[in-house]
Design a protein around this ligand. Structure first.
Ligand SMILES: Cc1ncc(COP(=O)(O)O)c(C=O)c1O
Length: 410
């Protein structure tokens, strides 16, 4: 029997980490004990008061959690948004608790794509924006991030404004560690209103900064088209709890409240109660920041002494380093250092390079959903024109982690 599964699945090629795993095995076979910067989880402890709040909330009877989330949690999230960003949001209508932010990011295209089906995704980027768009039946427009523009998309170079339904941004950025200015968000929000698309701002790293607290897209003067995703995973070292939120205008939250009960992605109530404790406290977050700063101070000088140049990383726990050339040969030459590729780690092109390599792509590189031909009128114009790459430098992302193992990419 032949199975006809999603064509998007067939398109997902080997995860490059598998290759890095082979290299690591080679190094180990030679008796080297590597410092592993590879994929994993934070090893920082979840603060005791959060764990205790969870334990105290496990009831004898277990019921289905509601997709709208506990009112107390929504109030705690709105309170944090107010304290942190000085923005007042209505907890009843503008906040939806999520099961971590990944699932909400992934499924957003299923809610947001109507007549317009193109999604603008930064390159390099967390792969979930693209995968969510493709599994949601959309097409992807790659928007390159370059050092010359501070790893921000060049909004003047982008020409697909009228075709897109969603424009994804992520600041502080995974993987470059760059941060965005209020003016950048303001301009993007203005364009979103002029051209009728949604700005989706993934702010998973908003609390991991070194010098100055990053701003949020929520701070723009008109939030009509702005959707923000945040999470406790990094802020409170709670990756295993799966707790985040979407904050958006009521119409978007209403759509999510209609969609999400079908998907069944409401966080468990004991997790929601632990999350109330986490969002209500800011002191532990300062401790987390100090810890990452110490790790950075420890490792960065060593890497710089090895000839690597810091090319970003104003925030987050990633170090974004210029290795002076293409990244994969560098990693291959330096296996003992176990430097991990920064690239968007999910797809390998036919020529063996990853899309998202430091060789940045053209602003008009677009992808059609698998199974849809480039001539198809539902594909954006530029996708029908074809794809292209420009030469450039490669950089590595080094997620900071301690020697017990684990890093920080879910
Ligand atoms: C940029 C970015 N966004 C979102 C997430 C998802 O985080 P979570 O689902 O744990 O909330 C991650 C996880 O590593 C991430 O790196």
């Amino acid at each position: 029997m032949s199975l006809h599964l999603s064509p998007v699945l067939a398109e997902l090629e080997q995860y490059p980490f598998a290759r890095l795993d082979d290299w690591r095995a080679e190094v180990r076979a030679r008796g080297v004990d590597p410092i592993d910067f590879g994929m994993g989880d934070p090893r920082e402890i979840t603060p005791p008061f959060i764990r205790e709040a969870l334990l105290a909330s496990v009831d004898e009877v277990s019921s289905y959690p509601r997709a709208s989330g506990l009112p107390e949690l929504r109030t705690a999230i709105a309170g944090w948004i107010d304290r942190r960003f000085g923005v007042t949001v209505d907890p009843a209508t503008e906040v939806v608790p999520t099961l971590g932010s990944k699932e909400a990011i992934f499924s957003f295209a299923q809610v947001a794509l109507g007549e317009k089906r193109a999604v603008a995704v930064p390159e390099p980027a967390y792969p979930v924006y693209e995968r969510g768009a493709l599994f949601g039946g959309g097409s992807v427009v790659a928007v390159p991030l370059r050092e010359s523009t501070g790893w921000l998309p060049d909004l003047d170079a982008f020409d697909g404004w009228d075709e897109i339904a969603v424009f994804w941004v992520c600041y502080p950025n995974n993987p470059t560690g760059a941060i965005a200015s209020p003016a950048f968000y303001e301009e993007l929000a203005e364009r979103s209103r002029a051209h009728g698309f949604l700005v989706c701002s993934d702010e998973a790293y908003s609390e991991l900064w070194f010098d100055a607290a990053p701003v949020s897209a929520l701070q723009v003067s008109d939030r009509t088209n702005v959707v923000v995703f945040n999470t406790l995973s990094k802020r409170s070292s709670m990756t295993g709890y799966r707790s985040g939120f979407v904050c958006a205008p009521q119409a978007i939250c209403d759509a999510l409240r209609s969609f999400r009960p079908t998907v069944g992605t409401a966080p468990q109530e004991f997790v929601q109660r632990a999350s109330i404790a986490a969002w209500t406290d800011d002191a532990h977050v300062a401790d987390v920041r100090a810890l990452y700063a110490r790790k950075r101070e420890t490792i960065l000088p060593a890497l710089e002494a090895g000839g690597l140049r810091l090319a970003g990383s104003a925030a987050t726990f990633y170090l974004w380093l210029d290795v002076g050339g293409p990244s994969e040969p560098f990693a291959r030459r330096r296996p003992d250092a176990l430097v991990r590729e920064h690239r968007r780690v999910d797809r390998t092109r036919h020529d063996g390079r990853h899309v998202g390599d430091g060789r940045v792509g053209r602003a008009d590189r677009r992808r059609c959903p698998p199974g849809r031909r480039r001539r198809d009128r539902r594909c954006p114009r530029a996708a029908r024109r074809g794809a292209g790459d420009r030469g450039g430098r490669s950089v590595y992302r080094l997620p900071l982690r301690d020697r017990r193992g684990g890093s920080h990419r879910a």
